[in-house]
Write a protein that binds this ligand. Structure first.
Ligand SMILES: Cc1cc2nc3c(=O)[nH]c(=O)nc-3n(C[C@H](O)[C@H](O)[C@H](O)COP(=O)(O)OP(=O)(O)OC[C@H]3O[C@@H](n4cnc5c(N)ncnc54)[C@H](O)[C@@H]3O)c2cc1C
Length: 306
Protein backbone atom coordinates (compact mmCIF):
# COMPACT_ATOMS: atom_id res chain seq x y z
CA UNK A 1 0.00 0.00 0.00
CA UNK A 2 2.96 2.31 0.71
CA UNK A 3 4.22 1.57 -2.81
CA UNK A 4 0.77 2.29 -4.26
CA UNK A 5 0.97 5.86 -2.97
CA UNK A 6 4.55 6.39 -4.10
CA UNK A 7 3.60 4.87 -7.48
CA UNK A 8 0.60 7.20 -7.76
CA UNK A 9 2.80 10.19 -6.89
CA UNK A 10 5.30 9.15 -9.56
CA UNK A 11 2.66 8.67 -12.27
CA UNK A 12 1.15 12.09 -11.55
CA UNK A 13 4.56 13.74 -11.41
CA UNK A 14 5.38 12.33 -14.84
CA UNK A 15 2.29 14.08 -16.20
CA UNK A 16 3.43 17.38 -14.73
CA UNK A 17 1.12 17.14 -11.69
CA UNK A 18 3.27 17.80 -8.61
CA UNK A 19 0.39 17.64 -6.09
CA UNK A 20 1.89 14.52 -4.45
CA UNK A 21 5.56 15.48 -4.69
CA UNK A 22 5.61 15.66 -0.89
CA UNK A 23 4.73 11.94 -0.78
CA UNK A 24 7.92 11.08 -2.67
CA UNK A 25 10.01 13.42 -0.52
CA UNK A 26 8.59 12.10 2.75
CA UNK A 27 8.82 8.46 1.66
CA UNK A 28 12.51 9.04 0.94
CA UNK A 29 12.81 10.38 4.51
CA UNK A 30 11.24 7.21 5.93
CA UNK A 31 7.55 8.05 6.30
CA UNK A 32 5.24 5.05 5.76
CA UNK A 33 2.08 5.61 3.70
CA UNK A 34 -1.10 3.54 3.97
CA UNK A 35 -4.46 3.40 2.23
CA UNK A 36 -7.58 4.31 4.20
CA UNK A 37 -10.03 4.29 1.29
CA UNK A 38 -12.25 1.18 1.59
CA UNK A 39 -15.51 1.54 3.47
CA UNK A 40 -18.05 -1.10 4.55
CA UNK A 41 -20.56 -1.80 1.81
CA UNK A 42 -19.25 0.96 -0.49
CA UNK A 43 -19.36 -0.69 -3.91
CA UNK A 44 -18.74 2.64 -5.66
CA UNK A 45 -15.15 2.41 -4.29
CA UNK A 46 -13.44 5.64 -5.47
CA UNK A 47 -16.55 7.27 -6.92
CA UNK A 48 -18.48 7.86 -3.70
CA UNK A 49 -17.86 7.83 0.03
CA UNK A 50 -19.76 7.17 3.25
CA UNK A 51 -17.22 9.24 5.19
CA UNK A 52 -18.14 12.86 5.96
CA UNK A 53 -15.63 15.58 5.02
CA UNK A 54 -16.47 18.82 6.82
CA UNK A 55 -14.71 21.99 5.61
CA UNK A 56 -12.71 23.91 8.21
CA UNK A 57 -12.21 27.69 8.22
CA UNK A 58 -8.53 27.42 7.20
CA UNK A 59 -9.12 25.20 4.12
CA UNK A 60 -8.60 21.89 5.91
CA UNK A 61 -11.29 19.19 6.37
CA UNK A 62 -12.50 17.10 9.31
CA UNK A 63 -13.16 13.45 8.36
CA UNK A 64 -15.68 11.23 10.16
CA UNK A 65 -16.31 7.66 9.05
CA UNK A 66 -15.20 4.02 9.02
CA UNK A 67 -12.38 2.70 6.87
CA UNK A 68 -12.03 -1.09 6.66
CA UNK A 69 -8.97 -3.26 6.07
CA UNK A 70 -6.34 -0.57 6.67
CA UNK A 71 -3.19 -2.52 5.87
CA UNK A 72 -0.08 -1.38 7.81
CA UNK A 73 -2.40 -0.21 10.62
CA UNK A 74 0.21 -0.72 13.36
CA UNK A 75 2.94 1.09 11.46
CA UNK A 76 1.73 3.80 9.07
CA UNK A 77 2.74 7.37 9.67
CA UNK A 78 0.59 8.86 6.84
CA UNK A 79 -2.89 7.58 5.97
CA UNK A 80 -4.55 8.53 2.67
CA UNK A 81 -8.30 9.01 3.22
CA UNK A 82 -11.22 10.47 1.35
CA UNK A 83 -14.70 11.61 2.25
CA UNK A 84 -17.72 13.47 0.89
CA UNK A 85 -18.82 17.00 1.69
CA UNK A 86 -22.39 17.91 2.58
CA UNK A 87 -24.20 19.44 -0.43
CA UNK A 88 -23.36 23.11 -0.99
CA UNK A 89 -25.62 24.71 -3.61
CA UNK A 90 -26.80 21.15 -4.33
CA UNK A 91 -23.26 19.92 -5.12
CA UNK A 92 -21.32 17.33 -3.11
CA UNK A 93 -17.66 16.62 -3.68
CA UNK A 94 -15.10 14.01 -2.76
CA UNK A 95 -12.07 15.31 -0.88
CA UNK A 96 -8.77 13.44 -0.58
CA UNK A 97 -6.13 14.10 2.07
CA UNK A 98 -3.41 12.54 4.20
CA UNK A 99 -3.86 12.04 7.94
CA UNK A 100 -0.70 12.25 10.06
CA UNK A 101 -0.32 9.55 12.70
CA UNK A 102 -1.07 10.91 16.14
CA UNK A 103 -3.88 13.18 14.89
CA UNK A 104 -6.76 13.41 17.30
CA UNK A 105 -9.81 11.23 16.50
CA UNK A 106 -8.05 8.29 14.77
CA UNK A 107 -9.03 4.97 16.37
CA UNK A 108 -7.67 1.59 15.28
CA UNK A 109 -10.08 -1.26 16.01
CA UNK A 110 -7.94 -4.36 16.39
CA UNK A 111 -10.18 -6.70 14.39
CA UNK A 112 -7.57 -8.27 12.10
CA UNK A 113 -8.55 -11.91 12.67
CA UNK A 114 -8.70 -13.46 9.24
CA UNK A 115 -8.10 -16.70 7.37
CA UNK A 116 -4.80 -15.34 6.05
CA UNK A 117 -3.01 -13.58 8.89
CA UNK A 118 -0.59 -11.10 7.28
CA UNK A 119 1.98 -9.12 9.22
CA UNK A 120 0.52 -5.95 7.65
CA UNK A 121 -2.54 -6.32 9.95
CA UNK A 122 -5.40 -4.66 8.07
CA UNK A 123 -7.44 -3.41 11.04
CA UNK A 124 -10.53 -1.19 10.83
CA UNK A 125 -9.86 2.53 11.29
CA UNK A 126 -12.48 4.83 12.81
CA UNK A 127 -12.15 8.51 11.96
CA UNK A 128 -13.87 10.87 14.38
CA UNK A 129 -13.60 14.47 13.22
CA UNK A 130 -9.99 13.92 12.20
CA UNK A 131 -8.64 17.22 10.91
CA UNK A 132 -6.43 17.20 7.83
CA UNK A 133 -4.84 20.61 7.33
CA UNK A 134 -5.16 22.45 4.01
CA UNK A 135 -1.63 21.61 2.85
CA UNK A 136 -2.44 17.87 3.17
CA UNK A 137 -5.66 18.06 1.12
CA UNK A 138 -4.61 17.08 -2.38
CA UNK A 139 -7.75 16.56 -4.49
CA UNK A 140 -11.37 17.66 -4.88
CA UNK A 141 -13.38 15.46 -7.25
CA UNK A 142 -17.04 15.21 -8.27
CA UNK A 143 -19.11 12.28 -7.00
CA UNK A 144 -19.52 9.54 -9.61
CA UNK A 145 -17.32 8.11 -12.36
CA UNK A 146 -14.77 10.59 -13.65
CA UNK A 147 -11.55 10.49 -15.63
CA UNK A 148 -9.33 12.48 -13.27
CA UNK A 149 -5.67 11.37 -13.54
CA UNK A 150 -5.66 10.63 -9.78
CA UNK A 151 -8.39 8.01 -10.24
CA UNK A 152 -6.50 6.35 -13.09
CA UNK A 153 -3.22 6.48 -11.16
CA UNK A 154 -4.67 4.89 -8.00
CA UNK A 155 -6.45 2.23 -10.00
CA UNK A 156 -3.50 1.44 -12.28
CA UNK A 157 -0.85 1.22 -9.59
CA UNK A 158 -3.11 -0.65 -7.16
CA UNK A 159 -4.17 -3.31 -9.69
CA UNK A 160 -0.64 -3.83 -11.01
CA UNK A 161 1.13 -4.09 -7.65
CA UNK A 162 -1.64 -6.24 -6.22
CA UNK A 163 -1.34 -8.58 -9.21
CA UNK A 164 2.40 -8.80 -8.61
CA UNK A 165 1.77 -9.93 -5.01
CA UNK A 166 -0.59 -12.72 -6.08
CA UNK A 167 1.71 -13.71 -8.96
CA UNK A 168 4.40 -14.15 -6.30
CA UNK A 169 2.10 -16.46 -4.32
CA UNK A 170 1.52 -18.45 -7.53
CA UNK A 171 5.28 -18.66 -8.21
CA UNK A 172 6.04 -19.97 -4.75
CA UNK A 173 3.12 -22.42 -4.90
CA UNK A 174 4.49 -23.83 -8.16
CA UNK A 175 7.97 -24.22 -6.66
CA UNK A 176 6.47 -26.08 -3.69
CA UNK A 177 4.33 -28.25 -5.97
CA UNK A 178 7.45 -29.28 -7.89
CA UNK A 179 9.32 -30.11 -4.71
CA UNK A 180 6.38 -32.21 -3.39
CA UNK A 181 6.25 -34.05 -6.72
CA UNK A 182 9.93 -34.88 -6.37
CA UNK A 183 9.77 -35.91 -2.71
CA UNK A 184 6.55 -37.90 -2.51
CA UNK A 185 5.92 -41.33 -3.95
CA UNK A 186 2.70 -42.76 -5.32
CA UNK A 187 0.74 -45.66 -3.84
CA UNK A 188 3.28 -48.38 -4.78
CA UNK A 189 6.02 -46.44 -3.00
CA UNK A 190 8.38 -47.05 -5.89
CA UNK A 191 8.19 -43.99 -8.10
CA UNK A 192 8.30 -40.33 -7.17
CA UNK A 193 5.09 -38.47 -8.08
CA UNK A 194 7.14 -36.53 -10.62
CA UNK A 195 7.40 -39.76 -12.65
CA UNK A 196 3.62 -40.17 -12.92
CA UNK A 197 2.23 -38.87 -16.25
CA UNK A 198 -0.91 -37.42 -14.58
CA UNK A 199 1.18 -35.45 -12.11
CA UNK A 200 3.59 -34.26 -14.82
CA UNK A 201 0.53 -32.97 -16.72
CA UNK A 202 -0.66 -31.02 -13.69
CA UNK A 203 2.75 -29.44 -13.13
CA UNK A 204 3.04 -28.61 -16.84
CA UNK A 205 -0.40 -26.94 -16.83
CA UNK A 206 0.51 -24.91 -13.75
CA UNK A 207 3.87 -23.86 -15.23
CA UNK A 208 2.24 -22.76 -18.50
CA UNK A 209 -0.35 -20.74 -16.59
CA UNK A 210 2.37 -19.02 -14.55
CA UNK A 211 4.39 -18.25 -17.70
CA UNK A 212 1.37 -16.56 -19.32
CA UNK A 213 0.63 -14.62 -16.16
CA UNK A 214 4.26 -13.50 -15.87
CA UNK A 215 4.15 -12.19 -19.45
CA UNK A 216 0.84 -10.36 -18.89
CA UNK A 217 2.07 -8.75 -15.66
CA UNK A 218 5.34 -7.57 -17.23
CA UNK A 219 3.56 -6.18 -20.26
CA UNK A 220 1.05 -4.13 -18.25
CA UNK A 221 3.74 -2.90 -15.82
CA UNK A 222 6.03 -1.90 -18.71
CA UNK A 223 3.22 -0.08 -20.53
CA UNK A 224 2.41 1.81 -17.36
CA UNK A 225 6.05 2.79 -16.87
CA UNK A 226 6.40 3.81 -20.53
CA UNK A 227 3.16 5.79 -20.56
CA UNK A 228 1.66 3.61 -23.35
CA UNK A 229 -1.67 4.84 -24.72
CA UNK A 230 -4.34 2.14 -24.52
CA UNK A 231 -7.10 4.74 -24.61
CA UNK A 232 -10.43 3.30 -23.49
CA UNK A 233 -8.94 -0.17 -23.06
CA UNK A 234 -6.62 0.74 -20.16
CA UNK A 235 -9.12 -0.15 -17.44
CA UNK A 236 -9.96 -3.42 -19.18
CA UNK A 237 -6.27 -4.34 -19.24
CA UNK A 238 -5.87 -3.55 -15.54
CA UNK A 239 -8.93 -5.42 -14.27
CA UNK A 240 -8.09 -8.33 -16.61
CA UNK A 241 -4.62 -8.58 -15.09
CA UNK A 242 -5.97 -8.45 -11.53
CA UNK A 243 -8.56 -11.13 -12.18
CA UNK A 244 -6.08 -13.36 -14.05
CA UNK A 245 -3.40 -13.01 -11.36
CA UNK A 246 -5.69 -13.78 -8.43
CA UNK A 247 -7.39 -16.67 -10.27
CA UNK A 248 -4.25 -18.33 -11.67
CA UNK A 249 -2.42 -18.01 -8.35
CA UNK A 250 -5.32 -19.75 -6.63
CA UNK A 251 -5.43 -22.55 -9.22
CA UNK A 252 -1.68 -23.13 -9.04
CA UNK A 253 -1.84 -23.09 -5.26
CA UNK A 254 -4.50 -25.81 -5.46
CA UNK A 255 -2.07 -28.00 -7.41
CA UNK A 256 0.54 -27.51 -4.67
CA UNK A 257 -2.00 -28.25 -1.96
CA UNK A 258 -3.03 -31.43 -3.75
CA UNK A 259 0.54 -32.64 -4.29
CA UNK A 260 1.55 -31.84 -0.70
CA UNK A 261 -0.77 -34.60 0.51
CA UNK A 262 -2.09 -34.49 4.05
CA UNK A 263 0.82 -32.39 5.32
CA UNK A 264 -0.56 -29.47 3.30
CA UNK A 265 -3.64 -29.49 5.51
CA UNK A 266 -1.61 -28.73 8.63
CA UNK A 267 -2.06 -25.10 9.62
CA UNK A 268 1.72 -24.64 9.94
CA UNK A 269 2.53 -25.83 6.40
CA UNK A 270 3.75 -23.19 3.96
CA UNK A 271 1.47 -24.34 1.14
CA UNK A 272 -1.49 -24.16 3.55
CA UNK A 273 -0.51 -20.63 4.58
CA UNK A 274 -0.26 -19.60 0.92
CA UNK A 275 -3.70 -21.14 0.37
CA UNK A 276 -5.25 -18.99 3.09
CA UNK A 277 -3.43 -15.96 1.74
CA UNK A 278 -4.39 -16.43 -1.90
CA UNK A 279 -8.09 -16.49 -0.98
CA UNK A 280 -7.96 -12.77 -0.15
CA UNK A 281 -7.34 -11.94 -3.82
CA UNK A 282 -11.02 -12.24 -4.65
CA UNK A 283 -12.01 -9.49 -2.22
CA UNK A 284 -9.84 -6.69 -3.60
CA UNK A 285 -11.36 -4.48 -6.26
CA UNK A 286 -12.19 -5.26 -8.98
CA UNK A 287 -14.48 -8.17 -8.24
CA UNK A 288 -14.94 -10.79 -10.93
CA UNK A 289 -18.36 -9.34 -11.83
CA UNK A 290 -17.09 -5.77 -12.05
CA UNK A 291 -14.01 -6.85 -14.08
CA UNK A 292 -16.18 -8.67 -16.60
CA UNK A 293 -18.48 -5.65 -16.93
CA UNK A 294 -15.48 -3.39 -17.59
CA UNK A 295 -13.92 -5.69 -20.19
CA UNK A 296 -17.25 -6.32 -21.95
CA UNK A 297 -17.89 -2.55 -22.17
CA UNK A 298 -14.39 -1.94 -23.56
CA UNK A 299 -14.98 -4.41 -26.38
CA UNK A 300 -18.75 -4.23 -26.96
CA UNK A 301 -19.54 -0.68 -25.87
CA UNK A 302 -21.86 0.18 -22.97
CA UNK A 303 -25.11 -1.63 -22.34
CA UNK A 304 -27.92 0.21 -24.07
CA UNK A 305 -30.83 1.33 -21.93
CA UNK A 306 -34.09 -0.62 -22.21
C1 LIG B 1 -6.08 -8.60 2.87
C2 LIG B 1 -6.79 -7.33 2.51
C3 LIG B 1 -6.11 -6.12 2.58
C4 LIG B 1 -6.75 -4.92 2.25
N1 LIG B 1 -6.06 -3.75 2.38
C5 LIG B 1 -6.70 -2.58 2.15
C6 LIG B 1 -6.03 -1.33 2.41
O1 LIG B 1 -4.88 -1.30 2.82
N2 LIG B 1 -6.72 -0.20 2.22
C7 LIG B 1 -8.00 -0.17 1.77
O2 LIG B 1 -8.54 0.91 1.58
N3 LIG B 1 -8.68 -1.34 1.53
C8 LIG B 1 -8.05 -2.54 1.72
N4 LIG B 1 -8.73 -3.72 1.53
C9 LIG B 1 -10.19 -3.66 1.28
C10 LIG B 1 -10.62 -4.12 -0.09
O3 LIG B 1 -10.08 -3.30 -1.03
C11 LIG B 1 -12.16 -4.16 -0.18
O4 LIG B 1 -12.68 -2.91 0.01
C12 LIG B 1 -12.73 -5.05 0.89
O5 LIG B 1 -12.20 -6.34 0.69
C13 LIG B 1 -14.26 -5.04 0.87
O6 LIG B 1 -14.74 -5.88 -0.07
P1 LIG B 1 -16.31 -6.12 -0.28
O7 LIG B 1 -16.86 -5.00 -1.08
O8 LIG B 1 -16.38 -7.49 -0.88
O9 LIG B 1 -16.87 -6.17 1.17
P2 LIG B 1 -18.04 -5.38 1.89
O10 LIG B 1 -19.34 -5.93 1.44
O11 LIG B 1 -17.86 -3.90 1.83
O12 LIG B 1 -17.76 -5.91 3.36
C14 LIG B 1 -16.60 -5.53 4.08
C15 LIG B 1 -16.92 -5.42 5.55
O13 LIG B 1 -17.92 -4.43 5.75
C16 LIG B 1 -19.05 -4.97 6.39
N5 LIG B 1 -20.24 -4.37 5.78
C17 LIG B 1 -20.70 -4.54 4.52
N6 LIG B 1 -21.79 -3.79 4.30
C18 LIG B 1 -22.02 -3.11 5.45
C19 LIG B 1 -22.98 -2.16 5.84
N7 LIG B 1 -23.95 -1.73 5.03
N8 LIG B 1 -22.90 -1.66 7.09
C20 LIG B 1 -21.95 -2.06 7.94
N9 LIG B 1 -21.00 -2.97 7.63
C21 LIG B 1 -21.03 -3.48 6.40
C22 LIG B 1 -18.96 -6.47 6.19
O14 LIG B 1 -19.60 -7.19 7.23
C23 LIG B 1 -17.47 -6.69 6.19
O15 LIG B 1 -16.96 -6.81 7.49
C24 LIG B 1 -8.10 -4.95 1.82
C25 LIG B 1 -8.79 -6.17 1.73
C26 LIG B 1 -8.15 -7.35 2.07
C27 LIG B 1 -8.92 -8.62 1.96
Amino acid sequence: MHLVWTGVARLLQRQGDASLKFVLQEAAQGELYAFGLSEPGNDAVLFDSTTAAAPQPDGGYAFTGTKIFTSLAPAWTRLGVFGKTAPADGIEELVHGFVTRGSSGVHTVEDWNTLGMRASQSHTTLLEEVVVPAERIFRHLPVGPNADPLVFAIFAVFETLLSAVYTGIGDRSLALAISFAGQRTGGSGALALSQHPEIRWQIAEAAMAMDSLDAQLRSVARDLDDGADHGGRWFAKLVGLKLRATTVAREVNDVGLHLAGGRGYHAASEIGRLHRDVLAGQYHPSSSESAHRTVASAWLGPLTAD
